[in-house]
Design a protein around this ligand. Structure first.
Ligand code: ADP
Ligand code: MG
Length: 754
């Protein structure tokens, strides 16, 4: 982000104005084209200079006169009202240029009502009152508290100051003053705590009008009012630099204001209704820019012919279905249709497969991979962890037991000999299908012809890894599977460059999972219940947050294994599984659990995803408040996979508010979509996926949780605009093009223009 980057411009001298032809190289894909809409040498260079940290083009150190025209790149200290000291404090807030200042929007607004009689006050409002001080007193106690009683013709109000430095001298009985602050009610009396005051000479002072104060993110070095003053001082000079992306009637149709107007109002609002409209306008612009970037990416993807078209006729279809012991659900069939269509194109598939835990995504992915094999090419299924890779491997092995397809497993921890064999098999094409961890990204790994890549669990497998495998292995068709459903807004933003397929129904015969939350004092009952289920021929998981006791005071998996196998469950076969065990040991334990040689499996979250044992019907989670919501949902998804009713029991003495909220959500909701929404509500957007990935920094005004409709509108508009003018070359798109370049320049052209 601009605020963070110390681009070359910051080191250059005053208000550098690089010539247009000094645009960064990455940008030239767009910028090299004729630019009919650009104003001739306005002195406002593409913002990308300041923004793209990778830009190596140092601006010529042209010295602008101190009162020269201000540009977005002008360093702050040359603006009126700033100076070196304040510039330093602002830089610490990430604001270094005039442009940064312009987009350093208020965090909040305080709406002050017009001066009013005391009797008409309403608790909670921000208002000014005026009157005489009747009396004052200093309250005894450890904290110095000063109270003054203010009276006007209609009533009285107590003014209170803590640590009343400089106040006691001014606020004396008989003084006339105006107090501005938030009205509270305390013991039946109006009260203002820490009000601002204006001493009044006489009654003729004009009443304070209603006004709105913008609250800026401040620091101990520089306060919000000072930042506000700096912004307002410079606003008249800076506003003309704000470019309009859209025509007036376009904006009016959408109930939006011109962009420049919205920026002005954001900094200097007169009424809250204005703020609402400005916020909506700027949110729309944020969404639009983001979506335009996505639309351009998609456009390039669509034009690409880099992939191999994989045919799949009726014979292939029959052969694949014959491997499964069940008919596919309608939802699975629909998705398979979408997949085979995509695979048949030269344009690389880029698809997100969403489906709740247990909805049967693996089979669908297998189908796509077998299409690759049927075309004499290779496929890889990438898993985020070794345990999950092993699980997938076992699952696929079972599906493929009546098939000639050669399947193998590649992880980072295999014996050298085994590894060599696998690598050779991949290079010669002897292995058609491989399940792998990120070890597959290693340079030594060469495929004969890799055409299908399935990535399980997008949340843990970075976007970069996906790009890396694409870069190294040509342009394979990519399918990303996620079991944690993604709220609509995220699907449109973070994953907006992917086509989305949805498995929206579970396989038939699934039983509801009953979820309970309970305290640790109820443990004995819980494990007695587990024992009864085991006696009925079923199996259970017990999940703990840590492997061994160590520094934390949490019960650990090893500790619990010990405790249960000598205590409550001593007559049962209790197994242990965690991530520090060797892979063969782990596989052995899983295999024994699958074969019902283990009744209760005590584990860490290694079993969170992918583990599939339909006979397991009880999931006990200890210290349940320590787990994230999607983690809990995933864990719960390990049961309810067969035809027997299942239970999820969350044990905790919830220590935090959020922890308690998560457990409530688990009890209340079974749908992954609901859970995902709750998660978003409890945690906020930024935390769910990395800030960078969420595009959080792109959205100051836009709210990914609340602005769904606006996002949809902006997405539609942006996709229309790009479809009609993919390179934004028409004059009407000139400003927009500059904005897109400034924001995405290098990323877009590097990734997608060949
Ligand atoms: P996901 O990966 O979406 O969580 P899986 O692919 O692991 O779900 O499938 C969950 C379970 O449902 C597996 O045991 C799988 O064999 C089974 N399954 C998948 N599709 C069907 C279907 N159409 N009919 C019956 N069972 C199915
Ligand atoms: Mg799965």
């Amino acid at each position: 982000m601009a605020r963070m980057s110390q681009g070359p411009l910051q080191d250059a001298a005053v208000a550098p104005v690089p010539p247009r032809d000094a645009a960064p190289r990455e940008a030239t894909v767009y910028a090299a084209a004729p630019d009919p809409g650009a104003p001739a040498q306005t002195g406002a260079p593409p913002i990308s200079h300041a923004r793209s940290a990778s830009s190596t083009v140092a601006a010529p150190a042209a010295k602008a006169p101190r009162n020269g025209p201000v540009a977005l790149e002008t360093p702050l200290q040359f603006l009126p009202g700033v100076g070196p000291k304040r510039a330093e404090h602002l830089a610490a807030l990430g604001v270094t240029t005039a442009g940064d200042l312009l987009s350093y929007y208020p965090r909040d607004y305080l709406a002050y009502q017009a001066e009013a009689p005391i009797a008409s006050l309403v608790a909670g409002s921000l208002v000014a009152i005026r009157g005489n001080i009747l009396q004052t007193r200093m309250m005894p106690g450890r904290q110095r508290r000063f109270e003054a009683l203010l009276e006007d013709a209609s009533g009285r109000c107590v003014l209170t100051w803590f640590n009343p430095f400089g106040i006691t001298e001014k606020v004396r009985p008989g003084v006339q003053l105006r107090a501005i602050g938030k009205v509270g009610q305390y013991g039946g009396r109006f009260q203002m705590v820490q009000p601002k005051i204006d001493l009044l000479q006489d009654q003729s002072a004009v009443p304070a009008a209603a006004r709105i104060e913008a609250v800026y993110g401040a620091s101990s070095g520089i306060s919000s009012p000072i930042i506000g003053r700096i912004v307002r001082t410079n606003l008249p000079a800076l506003l003309p630099l704000v470019e309009e992306w859209f025509a007036a009637d376009y904006l009016a149709q959408r109930n939006l204001t011109p962009r420049r107007e919205a920026v002005r109002i954001a900094h200097e609002p007169v009424a809250m209704e204005q703020v609402q409209r400005a916020r909506r306008t700027l949110a729309y612009h944020e969404f639009f820019l983001h979506q335009a970037g996505i639309a351009i990416k998609r456009h390039h993807q669509k034009e690409s012919h880099a992939a191999m078209a994989l045919g799949s006729g009726a014979t292939v279809d029959q052969r694949i279905r014959a491997l499964l012991e069940f008919p596919l659900t309608a939802a699975q069939n629909r998705v398979i249709k979408q997949l085979t269509h995509d695979l048949g194109q030269r344009r690389p598939m880029n698809r997100l497969l969403q489906g709740d835990v247990g909805s049967g995504k693996t089979v669908v992915a297998l189908y796509a991979m077998l299409v690759a094999v049927a075309n004499k090419t290779q496929a890889v299924l990438m898993a985020p962890t070794e345990v999950l890779a092993e699980q997938h491997f076992i699952t696929l092995e079972r599906y493929l037991r009546n098939s000639k397809v050669k399947l193998d497993l590649l992880t980072g921890n295999q014996p050298a000999e085994k590894r060599r064999t696998i690598l050779a098999g991949l290079e010669t094409g002897a292995i058609g299908l491989v399940v792998a961890t990120h070890a597959v990204l290693n340079e030594q790994v060469k495929f004969q012809r890799l055409t299908v890549v399935v990535v399980d669990e997008q949340h843990k497998f970075g976007v970069e890894q996906r790009a890396a495998i694409r870069a190294r292995h040509g342009a394979p068709h990519t399918l990303v599977m996620t079991a944690t459903p993604i709220p609509r807004t995220l699907a449109m933003t973070v994953f907006g460059d992917l086509d989305v397929s949805l498995i929206d129904a579970l396989p038939p015969g699934r039983q509801k999972i009953f979820t309970r939350a309970t305290g640790t004092d109820n443990r004995q009952h819980v494990y007695e219940f587990v024992a009864t289920r085991v006696r009925a021929g079923e199996q259970a998981y017990v999940v703990l947050p840590v492997i061994d006791e160590g520094a934390s005071d949490l019960t650990s998996a090893t500790g619990m294994h010990q405790e249960l196998s000598t205590g409550y469950l001593k007559h049962l076969r209790v197994g242990l599984l965690h991530g520090r065990m060797d892979s063969p040991d782990r596989q052995h334990v899983m295999e024994r659990f699958r074969q019902k040689l283990i009744d209760v499996l005590v584990a860490t979250t290694v079993i969170e995803v992918g583990v599939d044992v339909p006979n397991a019907t009880v999931m006990v989670v200890e210290h349940a408040d320590r787990f994230g919501l999607s983690q809990l949902h995933q864990l719960r998804g390990r049961v309810g996979r067969g035809d027997k009713p299942s239970q999820c029991i969350l044990i905790s003495d919830a220590s935090t508010e959020q922890g308690a909220q998560r457990l409530q959500a688990m009890v209340k909701f079974t749908s992954g979509f609901k859970i995902a929404e709750e998660d978003l509500r409890i945690r906020g957007m930024g935390e769910i996926i990395g800030t960078k990935q969420s595009g959080h920094s792109d959205f100051h005004f836009a709210d990914l949780l609340l602005d769904t409709a606006l996002l949809q509108l902006a997405r539609r508009d942006a996709f229309h605009a790009i479809a009609a003018d993919p390179r934004l070359l028409t004059p009407e798109h000139a400003h927009l093009r500059r904005a897109v370049l400034a924001r995405f320049g290098s990323a877009i052209s590097l990734a997608d223009v060949g």
